[in-house]
Ligand binder design. Structure first.
Ligand SMILES: O=P(O)(O)OP(=O)(O)OP(=O)(O)OC[C@H]1O[C@@H](n2cnc3c(O)ncnc32)[C@H](O)[C@@H]1O
Ligand SMILES: [Mg+2]
Length: 173
């Protein structure tokens, strides 16, 4: 079973591996830095979702795997409050693409202001926490939930939603 993941970010690759191992026999994982074809800092749900879809489609084109996962993070605003938002896509070699979204939490206003000014959350988080590579580990979600929910855990939930929808479809075909 060949499974490709459209990134090398650890929080995402570990999430796919942990969940896919539960439901697929002998999975063999490959990673490609697939293009999301959206901005580095997606600013809406629509853009973030599209980034996930593009990553999974571009990665499957490159590798010819049976299953391809694209995971994308972004931000969204509701009533002037900025939330991190996360989307995932699973493209299957038959051409079907499944999508699902994950948890959303509020970003502190001082961080939201920097994002609105055009900065990317990754470097902003590194400055805020004085730690490097947060995005591959706890992520903003881990930092602002006091470690209760890591970025990997959040992506694991999305991957479960994607694989679950695929399993539902093949069970009812
Ligand atoms: O290598 P890739 O796969 O691109 O991994 P990435 O960490 O850059 O991740 P994304 O491009 O998917 O998304 C960046 C977005 O992820 C969200 N995010 C959440 N926690 C983050 C963190 O600690 N650092 C950076 N981005 C984070 C945030 O909404 C950013 O806009
Ligand atoms: Mg990125």
């Amino acid at each position: 079973m060949n499974i490709t993941i459209g990134t090398t970010n650890k929080a995402k690759t570990e999430a796919v591996e942990v969940i896919a191992r539960k439901y697929f026999d002998n999975p063999n994982f490959t990673y490609v830095k697939a293009s999301s074809q959206v901005s580095d800092q997606p600013m809406t749900q629509e853009e973030t979702r599209l980034g996930a879809i593009n990553r999974s489609k571009n990665a499957i084109k490159e590798t010819g795997a049976q299953f391809s996962f694209g995971l994308e993070g972004g931000v969204t605003e509701i009533d002037g409050v900025m939330y991190v938002c996360n989307w995932g896509a699973l493209t299957v070699s038959d051409g079907k693409t499944y999508t699902a979204a994950g948890a959303q939490i509020i970003l502190p206003e001082e961080i939201a202001q920097e994002i609105r000014a055009g900065k990317e959350l990754g470097p902003v988080m590194e400055r805020y926490t004085q730690r490097r590579d947060i995005r591959q580990g706890a992520g903003a979600v881990g930092v602002f939930t006091q470690g209760l929910v890591s970025r990997q855990m959040m992506f694991e939930h999305i991957v479960s939603l994607l694989i679950g929808q695929y399993l539902f479809t093949i069970a009812h075909d």
